[in-house]
Ligand binder design. Structure first.
Ligand code: ADP
Ligand code: MG
Length: 442
C-alpha cells in the first residue's frame, strides 16, 4: 500500500505491544501487520476514538483487538464490570471474533466472553458476573441481559462496533445506541465499517465518537453500495451553472441533491435553474426551522426533486431515492465529501455523484482523492466543453500540480471577487428572490 514507507518493513514488534501479544501474533503466523492494522493500532493505543473502514479480509479484527488487549494489559483495572465490549451483527461473526480473541489472549491472563442469542441465558449471566475482561456480543442479547440489569458497563474502557454498516442495515441502530448510551462516557470507541458512505454509519459516528480520527483504506465501491464518482472540469461558476443545468436536465434520477459551500451560492443558483423550468428547493442553515421542515417534506414526498443545499442543512437529511449528488463547489475536505455523497447509493440503489471542478479547486479535489485513495472518473460533456482541461498545462509550464503554488491563492481571491461582482450583477438582472422566500419552489 502507498501509505507504508518502503524503507521500513512494517513489523508487529514496532507497534508497542507486549511480548504476550507478540507471541500470540507469531503463533498465529502473522508476519507483518496489514495496512489497516499498521494505521489503526498506533492511534488506538493513543486512546483515540476511531472511525475505520477497510475492505473485507483486511485484518480489521486484530486491528481493534490488539490495541484493546494491550490497553487491558497495561492498565489493570481495580474496578468491577466488563472492561471492553465488541458488538457485531451476527452470531457467526461474534463466534469468529471470540476465537480470534482467545488466540490473541492465549499468553495473557485476560478472560474473553461470548454473548449471543440462542445460547444459554444463565451461563451468560454468570459469565458477566465474573467480570470477564472482554465481551464479544450481538446487540439483541446484550439488551435482553440489560433488562435484567446484569451487564455492568459503567466502567467500560473500550467499546467496539464491528461491521457497523451491517448492524445498521440489519436494523440494530437503536439497540446499538442504547447500549452505547449505557456505557461509561469516558470510554474509547472504535467504529469499524466496510464503507464510510453509509448514511447510518455517519450518523452513528456523530453520536458515539468523540473527536475521532478516520482511517479509510478501502475504495468506496465496496459492498453493495454502488456510487459512481465523476469529475467534470469547469472554467468558472458561470460554466458550472450551465453544466449543472445540463446535468439536471439530462441525467436520470429520482431526486437530486446539489451541494454548495455557502448559503449565498445555494440562493444564487436557484433563480437561473428556475428560469430553466427546473423545480428546485433550497435548504440551508439560515432558514427558519419551519421552512426547512417544509422543504424536507416536499423533497421526501417527491414534490420537489432537486434541492440546493449546504452541508449544514443537509446534515439531518436521510431521504430515500436520492441517486444524484452534484458538488457544485468542491467540499472543503474529504470528510465533507464522504458526508455529501453518502446521501446516495443506499441499499440496492444506484448512485451517481459528480463534482464540478474549476482550476482553483483542482488541488482540493486531488486532496480528496488522495484521502479516499481513489481516482475519480473524468467525464466530458461534449455540448459544454470548456477551456480548462486539468493540471496538465500547469505541469507543462513547469508547475507541479500536487505542491502548493504561490499563484493559486491570488487566483482564487481574484476569482472570488469576480464571482461576487457577477453575483451582484445577476441579482439585479435575474430577480433572485431574497433569503426570506427560500422555500419558494418554482
Ligand atoms: P476483516 O475483519 O477485515 O474482514 P479479519 O480480521 O477477519 O478481516 O481477517 C481476515 C483473515 O486475515 C483472518 O483469517 C485473519 O486471521 C488473517 N489476518 C489478520 N491479520 C493478519 C496479518 N497481519 N497477517 C496475516 N494474516 C492476518
Ligand atoms: Mg471483520
Amino acid at each position: 500500500m502507498h501509505s507504508i514507507p518502503i524503507d521500513k518493513t512494517p513489523s508487529f514488534s514496532k507497534l508497542s505491544l507486549d511480548e504476550q501479544l507478540l507471541s500470540a501474533v507469531n503463533k498465529m503466523g502473522f508476519e507483518q501487520p496489514t495496512p489497516v492494522q499498521l494505521q489503526a493500532i498506533p492511534l488506538a493505543l493513543d486512546h483515540k476514538d476511531l472511525l475505520v473502514s477497510a475492505e473485507t479480509g483486511s485484518g480489521k479484527t486484530a486491528a481493534f483487538l490488539l490495541p484493546t488487549l494491550q490497553h487491558l494489559l497495561s492498565l489493570p483495572s481495580g474496578k468491577s464490570g466488563t472492561r471492553a465490549l465488541v458488538l457485531t451483527p451476527t452470531r457467526e461473526l461474534a463466534q469468529q471474533i471470540f476465537k480470534h480473541c482467545q488466540q490473541l489472549t492465549e499468553f495473557t491472563g485476560l478472560k474473553t466472553g461470548l454473548i449471543t442469542g440462542g445460547d444459554d441465558f444463565r451461563l451468560q449471566q454468570n459469565m458477566l458476573r465474573r467480570n470477564t475482561d472482554i465481551v464479544i456480543a450481538t446487540p439483541g442479547r446484550v439488551l435482553e441481559l440489560m433488562d435484567q440489569e446484569i451487564p455492568d458497563f459503567s466502567n467500560l474502557e473500550v467499546l467496539i462496533l464491528d461491521e457497523a454498516d451491517r448492524m445498521l442495515d440489519m436494523g440494530f441502530s437503536e439497540d446499538v445506541l442504547s447500549i452505547a448510551n449505557s456505557c461509561n462516557t469516558r470510554r474509547q470507541t472504535l467504529l469499524f465499517s466496510a464503507t464510510l458512505t453509509h448514511f447510518g454509519v455517519i450518523k452513528m459516528a456523530d453520536k458515539v465518537l468523540t473527536n475521532h480520527k478516520v482511517v479509510a483504506l478501502n475504495t468506496l465501491y465496496d459492498g453493495h453500495r454502488n456510487i459512481e464518482q465523476q469529475i467534470v472540469l469547469a472554467d468558472d461558476n458561470d460554466h458550472k451553472l450551465k453544466l449543472l443545468t445540463w446535468l439536471l436536465q439530462h441525467e436520470t434520477y429520482n431526486k437530486a441533491l446539489v451541494f454548495t459551500n455557502s448559503r449565498i451560492q445555494a440562493d444564487t443558483l436557484r433563480g437561473p435553474l428556475r428560469g430553466q423550468k427546473l423545480r428546485v428547493g433550497v435548504l440551508h442553515g439560515e432558514m427558519d426551522q419551519k421552512d426547512r421542515n417544509r422543504m424536507m417534506e416536499l423533497f421526501r414526498d417527491g414534490e420537489v426533486k432537486i434541492i440546493l443545499a449546504t452541508d449544514l442543512a443537509a446534515r439531518g437529511l436521510d431521504i430515500k431515492g436520492i441517486n444524484l449528488v452534484i458538488n457544485f463547489d468542491v467540499p472543503r475536505n474529504g470528510i465533507n465529501y464522504i458526508h455529501r455523497i453518502g446521501r446516495t447509493g443506499r441499499v440496492d440503489e444506484l448512485g451517481l455523484t459528480i463534482a464540478l471542478v474549476k482550476h482553483t479547486e483542482w488541488n482540493l479535489m486531488s486532496g480528496i482523492e488522495r484521502f479516499l485513495k481513489q481516482k475519480f472518473k473524468q467525464r466530458r460533456i461534449k455540448e459544454l466543453e470548456g477551456k480548462y482541461k486539468g493540471p496538465k498545462k500547469l505541469k507543462a509550464s513547469g508547475k507541479a500540480t500536487g505542491g502548493k503554488s504561490k499563484i493559486e491563492p491570488k487566483k482564487a481571491a481574484a476569482e472570488k471577487v469576480k464571482i461576487r461582482h457577477r453575483d451582484k450583477k445577476n441579482v439585479g438582472k435575474r430577480r433572485i428572490p431574497t433569503v426570506k422566500s427560500d422555500v419558494a419552489v418554482n
